[in-house]
Design a protein around this ligand. Structure first.
Ligand code: UDP
Length: 477
């Protein structure tokens, strides 16, 4: 049997790049020849793991394309949304993602793949694949549930016109769902071009597992006529493919001081707080989170990404007076101002709850670790993910948001109060949260089963690769 030559193009943001690189590594682990096309600074984020895979005998490599820094007016090395803290910089990175089309197309002309798997954000990939006659599947880093919500909201505008305040009931979905606030029309416009990019593809690959989508896959496939491939949780799948799971995890990250701190704590006693790689919260919102955590009386590990990265990090005027000192004295809280080893934190025995912005990767990682969530959406699809966690499955407590935002950088005018956060933390970590905690363990069990040999995601990867093989002989797109 001929090996397949598959090209992957991850988008320039951690939440997109991490799972698509996982997927590329999974395809390589099945013996196919894989190339990840990216820019130098993005490659640096994962090239160590690729070297390890190559050392294991996998045919996987990185092809570098130049990031058009000068054209978009960015300093050298700023190639990922993680490095942005405002809409202008983010806009330039998005523009660069369009400008690299000719270089990637040129590479594919010179050395055509059997199949192209780009991130959904590369909307130009439809035209490129079509002109070169290359079959294309799309990687969508958000959940199929979100796409169903987007479509249902689009088809029922009347659900939002009857009242100026929520909750708003969303009709037509497999579950009866409510949104506490009105979705922004800007978000609907933003998703339009992405949904368009899925058209003309041979299907959509998602970082999820069939059991989690609870009826929404069928809804989506009937609605769009496109096939969904669940290959997730990708983070569990990649560690599962090696026999040395713990060794692999340890190689991924060096020991961080927060892990030593967690190891001094009782099992399930610490609340972990992180708003992903992009969200920059306003000082007012950070103040409310600190007050809520303090008042809850629970221990916490808090990853803080401030709105203005250039602000002096040592200046803690935004915290309630004496907060840091009190937490230190009581040895109750730890703050990280930078990149945290999230998968390791979530998998630590001491972590008992996760206050999250509901980024899709964060959700899937928490599920994989069996950690129940406290949901406080930050922007875009995260308002929908909250509903999957709380109303569809019930493995989280809802804090909700004060207003809808489509950008992770825009400080919201309204803030979520410390009282709401305190109440949710107490409810999840106390007796009241027992059922939610047990549901988190049930769904974790399903996720682990899905990635084992014979499980739904494991089989889905096999079927996907067989399907890719059938595309090679057929002219497509
Ligand atoms: N992440 C991390 N450390 C951090 C912040 C984020 O490891 O300090 C990882 C996290 O584990 C996840 C990704 O970055 O894999 C963020 O993706 P997600 O979809 O959760 O949110 P986004 O950053 O796209 O809003």
């Amino acid at each position: 049997m001929e090996t397949l030559k598959v090209y992957f193009v991850p988008f320039f943001a951690q939440g997109h790049l991490i799972p698509l690189v996982h997927l590329a590594r999974l395809v390589a682990s099945r013996g196919e020849h894989v190339t990840i096309i990216t820019t130098p600074a993005n490659a640096q984020l994962f090239d160590k793991t690729i070297e390890e895979d190559r050392a294991c005998g996998y045919h996987i490599r990185v092809h570098l394309v130049k990031f058009p820094s000068t054209q978009v007016g960015l300093p050298g090395g700023v190639e990922n949304l993680f490095a942005a803290s405002d809409n202008l910089t983010a806009g330039k990175i998005h523009m660069a993602a369009h400008l690299i089309q000719p270089e990637i197309e040129g590479f594919m002309k010179q050395s055509p793949p059997d199949v192209l798997i780009p991130d959904i954000m590369f909307t130009w990939s439809e035209a490129s694949a079509k002109s070169l006659g290359i079959p294309r599947l799309i990687f969508n880093p958000i959940s199929i549930f979100d796409v169903c919500m987007i479509e249902a909201i689009k088809s029922h505008p009347e659900a939002f016109t009857c009242s100026d305040s929520g909750p708003y009931h969303i009709p037509g979905l497999p579950h009866s769902l409510t949104l506490p606030i009105k979705p922004s029309p800007g978000f609907a416009r933003l998703t339009e071009s992405l949904v368009q990019a899925e058209k003309g593809s041979h299907g959509v690959i998602v970082n999820s597992f069939a059991e989690l989508d609870a009826g929404y896959t069928e809804y989506y496939e009937n609605l769009t006529g496109r096939k969904v491939w669940h290959i997730g949780p990708t983070s569990l799948m990649v560690h599962n493919k090696k026999s040395t799971t713990q060794a692999a995890l340890a190689l991924d990250h060096e020991q961080h001081e927060c892990l030593t701190w967690l190891s001094s704590k009782e099992p399930n006693s610490v609340v972990y707080i992180c708003f992903g790689s992009l969200c920059r919260l306003s000082d007012e919102q950070l103040f409310q989170i600190a007050s809520g955590l303090d008042a809850s009386g629970h221990q916490f590990l808090w990853v803080v990404h401030r709105k203005n990265k250039d602000d002096d990090v040592a200046d803690n005027k935004w915290l309630p007076e004496g907060f840091e000192e009190k937490m230190r004295k009581e040895n109750r809280g730890m703050m990280i101002k930078g990149w945290a080893p999230q998968p390791l934190i979530l998998n630590h025995l001491a972590t008992g709850g996760f206050l999250t912005h509901c980024g899709w990767n964060a959700v899937v990682e928490a599920i994989s670790a069996g950690v129940p969530m406290i949901t406080m959406p930050g922007f875009s699809d995260q308002y929908y993910n909250e509903k999957l966690i709380t109303e569809v499955h019930g493995f989280g407590v809802e804090v909700g948001a004060a207003e809808w935002s489509i950008s992770p950088y825009d400080g919201k005018k309204k803030v979520v109060s410390g009282e709401r956060i305190e109440k949710a933390v107490k409810s999840l970590m106390g007796e009241e949260g027992a059922e939610i905690r047990s549901k988190a363990k049930e769904v974790q069990d399903k996720a682990w089963k899905a990635v084992q040999q014979g499980g739904s995601s494991y089989n889905s990867l096999t079927v996907l690769i067989d399907h890719l093989r059938t595309l090679v002989t057929k002219p497509a797109n």
